[in-house]
Ligand binder design. Structure first.
Ligand SMILES: [Zn+2]
Length: 320
């Protein structure tokens, strides 16, 4: 029985590789002309490059939504093709509110990315989430107000389901990867996405705690929303750097302690990303790949040509 299952899994995996090879050929024929990557990695505060990447090359990816945070670093990791993006640009030049989330996710799509693993630094809202713990968040609460979080608009209306905002397959792989490399990785949790750049006030921090939220950060929600619209699987690893200001010991934490945690988190993040990439199954069986199938409400004839052109890469297959 087990042998049969292994055989079936082998055949499925083989079919997945064939399908992928055909997709790559198709994309080349369609003239996208860009290098290909299967898995996208977005590195946040602390993870500015991807150790272990081989066959490395750098690529700028133009998008109809403007420039991404930086060039993409393409290469091979654990035998998989990956595209790495430093979320705030190399040198950490961009505020959370200044990030062009649409360009970042669109460019991933243009590169052929099917799954994104995002890494970011967060503050803990619960005593049990200690500095250096990783939380693989699976819910979000939006406290941002200066950002564009959709590819729709300007002539084309669409709504995707977002009740389960992260991909369970990628989240599971990340949780297993934490366990494998010996990092405390907690599966599930609510991520408050605040505008920043200032950190929370105590009143805000306590409000978020009263909502039962786990961590607070400034970047992940827009990525999750746009990845869902772009039909890319998305999951995030939130690295706890400190307790937010609600904690009575917050003010007694030294700079040295914070720097030590940041270093530890960066080192652990690189290991977790690598192990996650290795663990991701070749075949996508989740619903992310068809998330926008019934999203578009605007009648095709009523969609302006410019709008169609802008989103053709994302929704062309639904626009006829
Ligand atoms: Zn998925």
């Amino acid at each position: 029985m087990q042998g049969g299952q292994a055989n079936a899994a082998g055949i499925l995996s083989c079919l997945g590789q064939v399908r992928r090879a055909l997709q790559i050929r198709l994309r080349r024929r369609r003239g996208f002309g860009l290098p290909e990557a299967e898995i996208g990695i977005i590195g946040g505060s602390g993870l500015y490059s991807m150790p272990g990447l081989t066959e490395v090359r750098e690529e700028r990816v133009p998008t109809p939504f403007g420039d991404a945070s930086d060039s993409f670093i393409l290469g091979s990791l654990e035998g998989r093709t990956v595209a790495f993006l430093a979320r705030h640009g190399r040198g950490h030049r961009l505020l959370p509110s200044e990030l062009n989330f649409r360009a970042n996710i669109y460019a991933m799509k243009a590169l052929g990315v099917e799954r994104i693993l995002s890494v970011s630094a967060v503050g803990s809202l619960k005593e049990e989430h200690k500095p250096t713990d990783f939380v693989i968040a699976d819910q979000f609460i939006d406290r941002t107000f200066l950002r564009t979080s959709t590819f729709f608009g300007d002539g084309i209306v669409g709504h995707v389901a977002f009740g389960d905002p992260v991909c369970a397959t990628v989240a599971e792989a990340a949780a297993a990867a934490c366990e494998q490399v010996g990092v405390v990785g907690k599966r599930g949790g609510t991520y408050i996405c605040m505008e920043g750049p200032q950190f929370s006030t105590k009143a805000e921090s306590n409000l978020y705690r009263s909502w039962g939220a786990d961590v607070v950060g400034m970047t992940n929600l827009q990525e999750a929303k746009l990845a869902r619209e772009a039909e890319i699987c998305y999951a995030t690893v939130a690295m706890v750097t400190d307790y937010d200001c609600w904690h009575p010991h917050h003010d007694s934490v030294t700079v040295e302690q914070i720097v030590a945690v940041l270093h530890q988190n960066a080192e652990n993040a690189a290991k977790v990303v690598r192990a996650t990439v290795a663990a991701l199954p070749a075949e996508r069986t989740c619903g992310c790949a068809t998330a926008a199938k019934y999203a578009i409400l605007t009648q095709p004839a009523a969609i302006p040509e410019a709008a169609k052109e802008r989103v053709r890469l994302l929704f062309g297959k639904y626009l006829g």
